[in-house]
Write a protein that binds this ligand. Structure first.
Ligand SMILES: *Cc1c(COP(=O)(O)O)cnc(C)c1O
Length: 385
């Protein structure tokens, strides 16, 4: 096969399976509404769970940061790209989340790649929840360490895998709130099983930080668990972009030596770090509490209403509500029917989710009004007929 034939065949296979991914340019894709062309839709597909992407204080902080520092950091943090704005944000996160140190990354994807690559070697074993995010499983499969997966949220199966002989160290990998299912990991049980074998637990709380727990400190804090390694990302509930790894002082120093995504990559713009600090100030304030309460109210409204629908749906307790419909074609058709009714949702298909579990991934946010949830429920009623 030539290069061209290989590419054409891969695209054709995706098309034939109704699995071809395309992007739709939108005028605005975060917040309550999504604008596409001349049309405005109720937006149930963004991860902006608290509506912070549009928060005036955070926008102003980014503008002021750009005036003070310019728009780019000018280099890797190891050269000249680590500013007092980055330091202030790292110190704030470490203190708030109860760790010695925080290290900033430009994305959650990069943080997970860097962390797993820097820590694990060929004698080690990575034991990951089967439904972990692609950024975790991909990093784990590239690592020379052995990769084993445990059934979703199954602490007993995790313990059995950890019991098998291992020459090196064991790293357990999971999420706080699962990105495609919206359910919570039993972090207490997983951490206990990990500690019995002197392993380390890595929790990726991309969907919990800002949104769950006291002051929005996330899923682990709400369960009073302190994983050895905590990854938080800033593109979801925090409303901005970027990520941090929370860890001990020695692990932070180690990552500064060996995490290639930090060393060989331009650090985030300092203005973004200024905006992020403003975002965390909102998250910790009464405004943040009010947004979390509003989101909880809307989740309750959705859960109550969805039970009345002729659909197989187990509503989650989180902002992520998966409507599993099975076949790709049906998921696409339902997303289309919803769109015709002014509701924007995304059909999520394999390989993002397991085969045969294509779904609509609905996300509720504090930017929504109760009337938006009512409209969503009515549109789902029509789409499921
Ligand atoms: C979105 C997501 C990431 C990636 O974070 P980015 O900052 O968007 O790169 C990592 N882990 C999980 C669980 C996610 O949902």
């Amino acid at each position: 096969m030539t290069w061209q034939q290989r590419i054409d065949a891969a695209l054709e296979a995706r098309r034939a399976a109704d699995a071809l991914r395309v992007r739709t340019p939108v005028a605005n894709g975060a917040g309550r509404f999504l604008t596409h062309g001349q049309q405005r839709y109720a937006n149930f597909s963004s991860n902006d769970y608290l509506g912070l992407s549009q928060h005036p204080d955070i926008i102003r902080a980014w503008q002021q940061g750009a005036e003070q520092y310019g728009v780019g950091s000018g280099g890797s943090g190891h050269v000249s790209g680590y500013t007092t704005a980055h330091q202030a944000l790292e110190d704030h996160l470490a203190g708030w989340l109860g760790y010695d140190r925080a290290l900033l990354f430009i994305s959650g994807f990069a943080a997970n790649q860097a962390l797993i690559a820097a820590l694990t070697g060929k004698d080690d074993r990575i034991v990951a929840d089967r439904l972990s995010h692609a950024s975790l499983l991909e990093a784990a499969s590239h690592s020379p360490a052995q990769l084993r997966r445990f059934a979703h949220n199954d602490a007993a199966q995790l313990a059995a895998l950890l019991d098998k002989p291992c020459a090196g160290q064991q790293l357990v990998v999971t999420e706080g709130i699962f990105s495609m299912d919206g359910d919570f990991a039993p972090l207490g049980e997983l951490h206990a099983a990990t500690q019995r074998k002197a392993g380390w637990l890595l929790v990726d709380d991309a969907h919990g930080i800002g949104v769950s727990g006291p002051e929005g400190r996330g899923t682990a804090a709400s369960l009073q668990v302190k994983p050895e390694l905590l990854v938080v990302t800033f593109g979801k509930g925090v409303g901005v972009s970027g990520a941090a790894v929370l860890c001990s002082a020695s692990v932070a120093d180690y990552l500064l030596q060996f995490a290639r995504h930090l060393i060989y990559s331009t650090s985030m713009p300092p203005a973004q770090a200024v905006a992020l600090l403003a975002a965390f100030n909102v998250i910790r304030s009464d405004d943040g509490d009010a947004r979390r309460q509003r989101l909880a109210y809307l989740i309750g409204q959705f859960r109550a209403g969805v039970n009345a629908l002729p659909l197989q749906i187990t509503a989650s307790q989180s902002a992520i509500q998966p409507l599993i419909v099975g076949e790709n074609e049906r998921a696409l058709r339902m997303a289309n029917t919803l769109r015709q009714q002014g509701i924007w949702v995304t059909a999520i298909r394999p390989p993002t989710v397991p085969a045969g579990t294509a779904r609509l991934r609905l996300t509720l946010t504090a930017a929504h009004e109760p009337a938006d949830i009512t409209a969503l429920l009515e549109a789902l009623h029509v789409a499921s007929e």
